[in-house]
Structure formats: C-alpha cells, structure tokens
Design a protein around this ligand. Structure first.
Ligand code: HEC
Length: 160
C-alpha cells in the first residue's frame, strides 16, 4: 500500500474505533428556536382545523366525519403548553412575556382550551349537533381568550 493510502486507512480505522468506543447517547432535544417553530406550526394547523370544523358543520357534513380533525385539535390542546418552556423566552416570537410571568393563568387558559376541544371531539363522535355548536363556540373563545392576553397581535397591514 502507498504511504498516503496507509495513512488514510489508519485514519479510517481510528475513526471507526472512536465511533465504537463512544457511549450511545440520546439524540439532542429540540432547540428553543425549534420549539418556537413547532408551536407556531401547530397554531397554524389548529387554525386550519378550526376552519375545517366550522365550514364542515355549517355545510351540514356528518359530524362523525369531523371527528378526526376535532380529535387532532384536542391532542394539540393537550400538548401545546409544553412548547412554551422558559428556555424559549429569549427567542424571537409572538409570545408576550406575561406567558412566563403569569404561568398559572396561562395554564388555566390552556386547560380551558383542552376541555373545550375534548367536548368538541366527543360531540362529533356522538353526532350531537347542539353539543358540537356549543363546543365549537367555546373552542374559538379559548383561542381568542388566550391570544388577547398572551399573543402579540400580528403586524398591521399597510393601508391602501
Ligand atoms: C393558551 C394560549 C393559547 C391558546 C389556547 C391558543 N393560542 Fe394561538 N397562540 C398563542 C401564542 C402565545 C401565540 C404566539 C406564539 C409564538 O410566536 O411564540 C399564538 C400564535 C398563534 C398563531 C400564529 C402562529 C404563527 O405562525 O406565528 C395562530 C394562527 C394561532 N395562534 C391560532 C390559534 C387558534 C386557531 C387557536 C384555537 C383553536 C389557538 N391559537 C389557541 C397562544 C394560544
């Protein structure tokens, strides 16, 4: 073997040995910036689901066919608060600092959202129109209730 090849082979062997010797470590968790991106994406999809649920029920779709969307929204509501850890406080986002200075209220608004979406999913599965309409209203109120306190409003659009 030529010396250059020998060196390359030795380097490769050393790397392989190093990789084997390294202890198995869990993959790194999401970074604060990724958590912000995940919560914003989840919120966007929550808005999409809410529109679908509104439109579907207004257009007389069988509520059972909306169970998938309603259940997804309920799953999101349950995990959503976990995407607002204190580590994300310094990131560029549209969360007001009050989300971290009033944690009990933020948690109670999250709980109201979770409870409204659970009722929504149950009403859809039961094909219960009245319960669905009531839960849809309380879900929308939960979105707005939290945004009024904890979301920096979207930037104003230029007029004209
Ligand atoms: C408990 C509080 C809370 C609830 C409930 C809540 N949101 Fe949000 N939402 C926020 C906060 C805080 C932000 C800003 C997130 C950020 O930029 O860090 C936000 C951001 C958003 C955004 C903008 C996301 C982006 O791309 O920047 C949309 C859209 C949205 N929410 C829709 C909804 C809808 C629809 C619901 C109800 C089905 C809902 N939210 C329920 C707190 C809440």
């Amino acid at each position: 073997m030529k010396p250059a090849r020998l060196i390359a082979a030795a380097a490769l062997a050393a790397t392989a040995a190093g990789a084997l010797a390294r202890p198995v470590s869990a993959p790194a968790g999401p970074s604060p910036a990724q958590l912000v991106a995940a919560r914003q994406a989840g919120m966007d999809m929550a808005a999409t689901s809410l529109n679908l649920l509104r439109g579907g029920s207004t257009n007389g779709m069988p509520l059972k066919s909306l169970t998938f969307a309603a259940t997804g929204l309920a799953k999101w509501a349950q995990v959503m608060p976990a995407l607002f850890p204190a580590s994300t406080r310094g990131e560029i986002s549209r969360t007001r600092p009050e989300a971290w200075t009033n944690p009990a209220d933020f948690a109670s608004k999250s709980a109201a959202f979770s409870s409204a979406t659970k009722s929504l999913a149950a009403a859809a599965a039961a094909e219960d129109k009245d319960a669905f309409a009531a839960a849809l209203a309380s879900t929308a109120a939960a979105c707005k209730g939290c945004h009024d306190s904890y979301q920096v409003p979207p930037p104003a659009k230029p007029v004209g």
